[in-house]
Design a protein around this ligand. Structure first.
Ligand code: PLP
Length: 398
């Protein structure tokens, strides 16, 4: 027997499992709607022009590959902070916000979780029901007990807001509440502006610790609109944790560019938090990689590239919206007995389509169309070439 004889096989990642099944499917017309990636209308993951241009400038410069500071490229952290909190915002002017470059949004969540485990080890974490499946795993692996608060209501295909608010009102003070800032994954159901104000009020009054995950800024209603809730939370004072990611908004998935920001109650507290956050990073991976951070910093801080990025991101957002409209319109024709109007209200890359596990399974086995068991489909994987086939297949399995 070896040291590892008793180690069991870990469960397969549900999403990666779909990709494996998709890859193994020999049907040339197969379609993968199980992904969490934006595809353009040609079914390709785009390389944005703003990224190409920033890379060309960087290549020209030919800078040496030294180590970055522990908390990342200073220009990147500054640009991210201004994007997340707003240039000239009170938290930035008062130096109450700290921002550290992280290994994607996942890395930012992990840093936040490890940091909180050091300084608030007794707290429990609350995530939405359902949530991105890695949220639970990340916080559990950092040592937390993770609970669910009610979120999605299948009967209305919207948010169970009274259930959510009721849960917030009974959580012990100091509980860590993970909230999706926009474009909820997996449901696509977001809170209204008025509902957010109620959440902010309860979270503040009850002394809960908000942790906002913003992985899809710009995919809902626009960069400003999607980030608004972060600013409102920041205005309500600290503490506040924000993880953000450029994987989707810059189509830089493999470069792993994200950041963790923390809002403190004073500049002096912020300085202490940053010093401790650096320890978490130092003992984890020492310092982040350069390339993605440099690209994003340059794109955000160079007016011409910034405009290009905003336009390209708007293009992705608009295309997803068009696919929502088209999906609903075509389903109305093919399956008039079923109401899919809710798909238009949903925000971001995903739709909780309402398809059952059995229906999803039939889509795969009979039509080579792959989706998540929960009925989650990636609207950003639909295009003018594949949408008719998807609609036809859905109408057959309903
Ligand atoms: N948070 C949510 C809600 C996500 O959907 C994702 C990615 O799918 C992430 C965080 C992680 O983003 P990244 O790929 O930058 O690690």
């Amino acid at each position: 027997a070896s040291l590892f004889t008793a180690i069991e096989m870990a469960p397969r990642d549900p999403i990666l499992g779909i990709t494996e099944a998709f890859n193994a499917d020999k049907n040339p017309a197969k379609i993968n709607l199980g992904v969490g990636v934006y595809y353009d209308n040609n079914g390709k993951v785009p390389l944005l022009d703003c990224v190409k241009k920033a890379e060309a400038i960087l290549m020209e410069k030919g800078a040496p590959r030294t180590y970055l500071p522990i908390d990342g490229l200073a220009a990147y952290d500054k640009a991210v902070q201004e994007l997340v909190f707003g240039a000239g915002s009170a938290v930035i002017n008062e130096k109450r916000a700290i921002t550290a470059q992280a290994i994607g949004g996942t890395g930012a969540l992990k840093l936040g979780a490890d940091f909180l485990q050091r300084f608030a080890p007794g707290a429990q974490v609350w995530i939405s029901d359902p949530s991105w499946e890695n949220h639970r795993a990340l916080f559990e692996s950092a040592g937390f007990t993770v609970n669910n608060y009610p979120y999605y209501d299948p009967s209305t295909r919207g948010v169970n807001f009274s259930g959510m608010l009721g849960a917030l009102q009974t959580m012990p003070s100091g509980s860590i509440v993970l909230l999706h800032a926009c474009c909820h994954n997996p449901t696509g159901a977001d809170l209204s502006a008025a509902q957010w104000l109620e959440v902010i009020q309860v979270v503040t009054e009850r002394g809960l610790v908000p942790f906002l995950d913003m992985a899809y800024q710009g995919f809902g209603d626009g960069i400003e609109a999607d980030g608004k809730v972060v600013r409102q939370f920041a205005d309500a004072g600290g503490p506040l944790f924000v993880s953000n990611s450029f994987s989707k908004s810059f189509s830089l998935y493999g470069e792993r560019v994200g950041a963790l920001s923390i809002v403190a109650v004073s500049a002096e507290e912020a300085a202490r938090l940053l010093s401790q956050l650096k320890r978490v990073i130092r003992t984890n991976y020492s310092n982040p990689p350069m390339h993605g951070g440099q690209v994003v910093a340059m794109a955000l801080a160079t007016p011409e590239l910034r405009q290009l990025w905003e336009d390209e991101l708007a293009g992705m957002r608009v295309r997803i919206r068009e696919m929502r409209q088209l999906l609903v319109a075509k389903l109305k024709e093919k399956a008039p007995a079923h109401d899919f109007d809710f798909v238009i209200q949903q925000r971001g890359m995903f739709s909780y389509s309402g398809l059952t596990k059995e229906q999803v399974s039939r889509l795969a086995s009979e039509y080579s169309i792959y989706a998540v068991d929960t009925g989650r489909i990636c609207v950003a994987a639909l295009n003018s070439t594949n949408i008719d086939k998807v609609v036809e297949a859905i109408s057959k399995v309903l």
